[in-house]
Design a protein around this ligand. Sequence first.
Ligand SMILES: *Cc1c(COP(=O)(O)O)cnc(C)c1O
Length: 370
Amino acid sequence: MSIATIEISISGLLHNVAFFRNLSPNSKIMAIVKANAYSHGKEKIATLLDNHIDYFGVARLEEAIELREIGIKSPIVVLEGLFQHDDMQLLIDYDLQTVVHCSEQIEKLAQLSTPAALKVWFKLDSGMHRLGFRADSATQFFAKLVNCDSVKKPINILSHFSCADILTSHETLKQITVFDQFIDSITDPSLLGKQSLAASGGILAWHASHRDVIRPGIALYGVSPFDYNELNKATGCQLGLKPVMKLKSEIITVREHKKGESVGYGLIWQSSRNTKLGVVAMGYGDGYPRDISPGTQVWLNGRLVPIVGRVAMDMILIDLGPDSKEQAGTEVIFWGNDELPVEKIAAHSGMSPYELLTRLTKRAKLRYVD
Ligand SMILES: *Cc1c(COP(=O)(O)O)cnc(C)c1O
């Protein structure tokens, strides 16, 4: 095995796609592979899923082009839409679909003369107030978009939830109502394409939001979008998903460590017994959080072992205990098995699982199994 590895389970990924098909049999799936597929390697994930899903969603135009250049065939939607400096011709050349969320983008589209050249998604701001046309003027902008010859009809509609991960919030139902009112305001049904509202939170918690296209991101990778805390320890696994990523590495060396000695930068931890410490090739240079709460554990040889001292750029120390027989080369799992779900490590680092996953660095090598 190579040191500092991001191991990706192909069967886990396919299980999660099947889970969504089953949960929402009438919806198409837009697999979200932005941010390097949440660090799962977007080229490989897209290649594995190309025949299993209906669309890919990315944030930026470059991400979409990179997928086309390796031969990805499925429709690809650029969720942040075109930027001022982006070339619209690239969307046509690479057969990409874009989200349209502001009037400047409509003006750009109006200048393009190629008839029905572009498939677009009209983004309604149903309450998040980040991207999209405000509900009070959306109908008017939709009409402008309809008037662009370059835009293929019918036009797809999407919106995004602000609080779908908060199960007690009323916002999601309010946003669904705003969405439906907008849909009802479009009097010509021949203009109305696919509807899409739900990302992972909506898919798992708000069935009424499924519509024509669901957009799983984090849940596709087997991770729960819901807050993981003392009260709610829901992991992706408990929701019926399979974790896709395991972060692992190996022990470089095992050291004898004396009672009362401290260790590592700042000498922040002191041992209360004679013990053995494992030095593991993993650090914040690979993306493991530096500010992990004391006592956070790793998994090796069928048991949990605590991290001690400060997480460094390249190394992490673990307290193996005085009776340890481990030697250099022993595999260490940082997250991704039943005992150490990524949701738990995220909670220990004061981050969301989204951030924990996307901050992994290129130094940690991707490997695909089963
Ligand atoms: C990132 C994103 C998603 C996926 O979100 P998850 O919470 O990871 O499922 C879906 N839709 C849009 C518009 C997004 O930006």
